[in-house]
Write a protein of this length. Structure first.
Length: 323
């Protein structure tokens, strides 16, 4: 019906619900009749059917969790077969029955005489060949003056969780050191007669050489746990390299900092020489160099804070260990 605008002075009548039609009454009647028929049918078939009819609710469709959620629930830490391989090689090299239980299909040495004495076993590398399969390199130190021997062990997972050695180990040559990678930033040689070299030499002799008094070379507010008791009697700096810029080792203006790496020879109380390397961070103050931290030697010259793994001097008075 088209809408008509009321004429001036007339008030609009409120809307009135349309009267129920015969068709609507028939629909409601049929719904009531259908419900009564269902109840009577349930009564006719027995009390149990009546209870089921009354208790039945609307059907609920439960959605399955998504594949992403299922994968997240099943996610586990990455497997590491190194320890398993090292344990197997230790037992296998001694002809142990436990090695047979760990790998029933793998032949185990049968020593006619006394089995070799294994002093140390350590996994030194692991390469994932494919999903769930690794080649683990294990170093074995036998007793006496025997050289260290290296074996590769094939390890795979079973049922996605348990490790299994799939074949007997293979003895290989000494693994080569990896090539490439980032080079240390220490490339500038520092004169051994410079004030910087003198401070490094005196500090390392006090810290590691057993002379004591290393704290007098530390910057204010910086502390360093002593190396006590020190096994060395003397420390000789063989080479001193600086990171970043070229330097003659002279004391810079107050606040200037530098990182150095000292290659030293430390002689112990048994007259044995030990080649050692120390990374140091120093700062100039009042015409002298002061040690800020003892580091790993891997830090970048441009880093603004020392790495978490560095054995840095801890600050107790406001001087931060970082740059």
């Amino acid at each position: 019906m088209p809408l008509t605008r009321p004429s001036s002075g007339e008030r609009p009548e409120p809307p009135v619900d349309p009267p129920a039609t015969a068709a609507g009454q028939k629909v409601r009647f049929r719904s009531v009749l259908l419900g009564r028929v269902l109840v009577y049918a349930a009564l006719a078939t027995g009390p149990a059917a009546l209870a089921v009819a009354c208790a039945s609710g609307p059907t609920v469709v439960r959605s399955e969790p998504s594949a992403t959620a299922q994968r997240g629930a099943r996610s586990e830490p990455a497997a590491d077969p190194a320890g398993y391989a090292a344990l197997f090689v230790d037992l296998w090299s001694q002809g142990s029955e436990t090695a047979r239980l760990m790998a029933p299909d793998v032949p185990v040495p049968e020593w006619r005489e006394e089995a070799p004495s294994v002093e140390r076993v350590h996994a030194v590398g692991s390469t994932q060949v494919r999903q769930g399969a690794w080649s683990v390199t294990v170093a074995v130190q036998l007793g006496g003056d025997s050289p260290v021997r290296f074996f590769t062990v094939p390890v795979a997972t079973r049922s996605g969780q348990k490790f299994a050695v799939t074949a007997a180990p293979a003895e290989v040559a000494v693994p080569k050191a990896p090539s490439g990678g980032e080079e240390p930033p220490y490339r500038k040689s520092v004169p051994t007669t410079s004030p910087l070299a003198s401070t490094v030499r005196d500090f390392l002799n006090a810290y590691a050489g057993g002379s004591g008094g290393a704290e007098r070379y530390l910057a204010p507010g910086v502390s360093l746990p002593p190396l006590a008791p020190s096994p060395y009697e003397k420390v000789t700096v063989e080479r001193l390299m600086a990171a970043g810029r070229q330097t003659k080792g002279e004391v810079g203006k107050d606040g200037s900092k530098i990182r150095v790496r000292a290659e030293v020879t430390a002689r112990d109380t048994e007259d044995r020489d030990w080649p050692l390397t120390y990374g140091l961070r120093l700062r100039a103050r009042d015409g002298r160099w002061e040690v800020l931290a003892l580091e790993s030697g891997l830090e970048s010259s441009r880093a603004k804070s020392s790495s978490a793994g560095a054995h840095a001097a801890a600050s107790s008075g406001g001087t931060k260990a970082g740059w």
